[in-house]
Design a protein. Structure first.
Length: 317
């Protein structure tokens, strides 16, 4: 993949894949252009939308010089994100789904202050789930505190490092040098991608603040429990198990194991509603040892249930 050269010293590059979100894209973009910090660019990747999304994106790009628009044939979320990274010039990359939005107007300003002090490869923040047609987030944290960790030297806070792209700011130079990318053609693509970021970062900062309004809606990729998603999730877990077994650093190994405990639970929930669990029952049961590494109350509770009733019980969680 070829990358753009950063000559403009732009601080943040938002990468926003767009596919048939004409009802939501305005909320998403309004939340960025109304930020109190304005040293950013927005890269919209229209992934072959068949509704009015393309025309809406064109209108936004015509109005704001900070917005770049890429139009491509439908290739999937991973390909769209990768295309956006290829055109980004910001010091930090921020992925945002086009049906979500930022409800904190000072989100970027806060991140800029943190990064000026911490120089982290990754900053992670919180989110609030938004249901139905609700447009206002009400229960989010508004604190301004953060803490940094070195994953090769210490344990990360359990459950805080999540398998998603939209809760992170990632140093672009670090991202490019490690040749990170999203695997095309697979669902739950954030799972392996997030683990690779974790294993390579020198410093990760956790910002104790909810920034993203995470819209819950039918029809979105993240809410589907298809046979395809279950199969891909199983493949991801096997890949992570291999990464875990080959890791030499004891602290990274512990952090990967804790991360894997959470992803294993997701696999049980998703695969339990398909034939993937039945077809691969023996191997999936073997991987249950990862639950031993999760120290959160939730993981320990699930470990207790699965040990008593078997992994099939998790299909009803």
């Amino acid at each position: 993949m070829e990358y753009c050269t950063n000559n403009a010293e732009i601080m943040f590059s938002f990468i926003i894949p767009v596919y048939n979100v004409e009802l939501y894209i305005d909320d998403c973009l309004n939340s960025i252009v109304n930020q109190t910090f304005n040293n950013y660019e927005i890269i919209l990747v229209n992934d072959g939308s068949t509704d009015g999304s393309k025309e809406i994106c064109i209108s936004w790009a015509d109005k704001y010089r900070e917005i770049k628009l890429i139009n491509q044939a439908n290739s999937g979320l991973s390909a769209a994100r990768n295309a956006g990274v290829g055109q980004a010039v910001g010091k930090y990359l921020i992925f945002l789904d086009s049906d979500d939005w930022w409800f904190r107007r000072d989100g970027l300003e806060s991140l800029d202050k943190i990064l000026s002090k911490e120089k982290s490869q990754i900053v992670i923040w919180g989110y609030e789930k938004i249901y139905k047609n609700k447009k206002k987030a009400e229960n989010h944290k508004e604190t301004f505190s953060w803490k940094s960790f070195h994953p090769s030297k210490e344990r990360l806070p359990d459950g805080k490092y999540r398998a998603c792209a939209w809760d992170k700011a990632i140093e672009r130079e670090y991202y490019i040098n490690h040749k990170f990318s999203f695997v095309k053609g697979m669902l739950a693509e954030d799972v392996v991608w997030s683990a690779k970021l974790l294993a390579s970062a020198v410093k990760i900062t956790f910002f104790d603040c909810d920034i993203v309004a995470y819209r819950q809606r039918k029809g979105s990729i993240t809410k589907s429990n298809s046979e395809k998603k279950a199969s891909d999730m199983y493949s991801h877990i096997l890949a992570l198990q291999q990464q875990f077994s080959e890791e030499k650093n004891k602290w990274i190994k512990k952090n990967l194991a804790s991360y894997l405990a959470g992803q294993y639970v997701v696999l049980l929930i998703v695969a339990g509603k398909t034939d993937i669990l039945r077809k691969n029952k023996t191997e999936i049961e073997r991987l249950s040892f990862f639950l031993n590494y999760g120290i959160s109350h939730k993981i320990q509770f699930i470990k207790k249930i699965s040990s008593r009733t078997g992994i099939y019980a998790m299909s009803n969680v």
